[in-house]
Design a protein. Structure first.
Length: 340
């Protein structure tokens, strides 16, 4: 069962590592026009669509969930939603590669360890030690990838010229804190899913296959995420008066891109939820580490394919080493899961 779980997890990471490509070339939509529709279709509707297809009478389990559970899960989702804004702002201060490294590292650390306490599922001491070793190796791999990013980008690109001229230690700290907050926000998805386990348990007790019942956590979490993302996108639409994008010539392709992005994005989390059920009681712990680690590798492979490292042979070689370190960490995490 564990082997099947890791196979399903691999499928989830393919979606997770690939969905970023879908966010390119959505013209004539502006970012906010695209994001508003994506928030509705991907963040709000997709979780319900998947549940409606795979979990009979799914809404009854959500309706039977205590309000405190719903609010807690949605609050985690809301935190995740605003963290994406922090992520983009942090890039202006300290650069893409450093923000990505901090974000992924903290997301993996919090997103795997906190569910352990939320669910009350603690592995044996030897398994826990090995899991922490795997985490440390993973963070090392992320650090190497961040180094490759710095090698590739000799200077931090800042859109605002005034910020570029006045780059000081205080600005670095602002960016660093925002990056930490964005990492915690990314982890909030998995933490919120762990807090939203009540409807999952109800469905399982009613005879629903655990692999499908696990999907019930996402309508709760992403309702909060929808509020944050849609609210900000609408604010930008009104401020920039870009709501006319929806009727621009050639917008049919952009509508299709929204549908594709919504499916691929949620497929990553939907299949991930199934994988955690197959991985056993420690699925949300070790699964989150492997999910993010493998997705980072796949995203880097897409980057290599698209020529992002072309002309930067030394940086490319360092990036390959970083990916190799991450692969080693995943083997360690897999062994830890087998010992749990």
């Amino acid at each position: 069962m564990v082997a099947v779980g890791f196979l399903v997890l691999l499928i989830a990471t393919v979606f997770q590592g690939s969905f970023g490509i879908c966010f390119k070339k959505y013209q004539p939509f502006s970012w906010e026009a695209f994001w508003a529709l994506f928030s509705i279709i991907g963040v709000l509707l997709m979780p319900h669509i998947w549940c409606a297809i795979l979990v009979p009478d799914y809404f009854s389990y959500l309706a039977s969930t205590p309000m405190t559970t719903l609010v807690t899960g949605a609050a985690c989702g809301f935190f995740w939603g605003i963290s994406s804004i922090w992520y983009s702002l942090a890039i202006n201060y300290i650069g893409v590669s450093l923000v990505t490294g901090i974000n992924l590292g903290l997301s993996n650390l919090l997103g795997s360890l906190i569910p352990m306490f939320v669910l009350g599922t603690f592995p044996s001491m030897s398994s826990l030690i090995l899991l922490l070793v795997g985490q440390a190796i993973l963070l090392g791999g992320v650090a190497v990838l961040s180094k490759a990013g710095f090698m590739k980008n000799d200077t931090v690109k800042v859109e605002d010229k005034q910020d570029a001229k006045s780059k000081t230690k205080s600005l670095f700290m602002v960016g660093f804190i925002m990056a930490l907050a964005s990492g915690a926000g990314s982890a909030a998805i998995n933490i919120g899913g762990s807090f939203s386990n009540y409807p999952v348990n109800l469905a399982t007790e009613a005879g629903v296959t655990p692999m499908y019942a696990n999907l019930l956590q996402w309508p709760v979490v992403f309702f909060g995420g929808f509020l944050a993302n849609f609210g900000y996108a609408v604010y930008k639409l009104i401020k920039n008066k870009t709501y006319t994008d929806y009727t621009k010539p050639g917008c049919a392709k952009a509508y299709g891109k929204v549908l594709l992005t919504s499916f691929v994005w949620f497929a990553a989390l939907g299949v991930y939820a199934m994988a955690t059920a197959l991985l056993g009681s420690f699925g949300p712990v070790v699964g989150w580490v492997a999910f993010n680690g493998l997705a980072l590798i796949i995203a880097n492979l897409w980057g290599f394919k698209d020529g992002e490292w072309k002309g930067h042979p030394k940086a490319r070689n360092v990036a390959l080493i970083g990916n190799a370190v991450i692969i080693v960490s995943l083997f360690v995490v897999g062994i830890a899961n087998g010992m749990a």
